[in-house]
Design a protein. Structure first.
Length: 255
């Protein structure tokens, strides 16, 4: 009987909502959405992954995916040890995109088959281009009070109560929470909240929602204030095609 393959694939078109992919022990995942934007959530943080990016999730990291609108997911599973990396977003060039699509169709792959071995070698080599934009990532603080604050900020995207008022509900002072956020996320609470709003806005925009509606949904009083914040954080206007190459090189985030 032939041994286990070294690379497997999984293809699904998801109409939107939450998705938990098969997560077999001992397999790393490359998550790629050929069409549509997805958000990958782990205990370490959240990453927004538009079609010009892919997400690498090593084995043992439990995760879920939120799909904005309709997404064409093409997933590759690599046997542990083929590529040594933590959670990261990768640049998907045109060549890599075609190679991912080809590998998904070709799998399962076995390294003792020369053609398969060559394909895996080229693929893993191209996976070395890590995306430079931390603006598409939202780290999750681990300290209980800081995590409680992060949860409250997620719950209050549109009504936007003051940070000091939310801090009272965590049982810690704002000063303490600011120190914890800086230590665990590299951002102030205000910067973290803005990043969170922009990532949610990116998700809503990729569903085709109008800018004015998205602005209100993420706590901005006017579309112009929202557009200015969006451009500052992601380097493009929300009216641009944010699910494609427009977000390829966003501005460096503050903080």
């Amino acid at each position: 009987m032939r041994h286990e393959p070294d690379v497997r694939s999984y293809a699904v078109t998801h109409r939107g909502g939450r998705l938990v992919l098969p997560q077999a022990e001992g397999w790393d995942q490359l998550i790629y959405s050929a069409h549509g934007t997805v958000t990958v959530h782990t205990g370490l943080g959240s990453w927004v992954v538009p079609p010009h990016r892919a997400m690498w999730v090593p084995g043992g990291i439990r995760h879920r995916i939120d799909v904005a609108g309709r997404a064409t997911l093409r997933i590759l599973y690599f046997a542990a040890g083929l590529r040594d990396a933590g959670c990261q977003v990768l640049v998907v060039s045109r060549l890599l995109r075609e190679l991912i699509m080809h590998t998904v169709a070709e799998a399962p792959l076995y390294l003792d088959v020369p053609r398969h071995r060559n394909l895996v070698a080229v693929l893993t080599d191209l996976l070395g281009d890590v995306a430079p934009e931390p603006a598409l990532q939202l780290p999750t603080p681990a300290e209980p009070r800081a995590r409680a604050m992060a949860d409250l900020l997620r719950e209050h995207l549109s009504d936007a109560p003051g940070i000091a008022a939310l801090a009272v509900r965590t049982g810690a002072s704002r000063r303490t929470l600011e120190r914890l956020f800086q230590a665990e996320t590299g951002m102030t609470i205000g910067e973290w909240r803005r990043r969170q709003r922009m990532l949610e806005a990116l998700r809503l925009l990729s569903e085709g929602r109008p800018v004015a509606e998205v602005a209100g949904a993420v706590g901005y009083a006017t579309p112009s204030a929202f557009s200015a914040a969006f451009r500052t954080e992601l380097g493009v206007a929300p009216t641009q095609t944010v699910t494609a190459e427009a977000v390829a090189a966003p501005a460096r985030p503050h903080g």
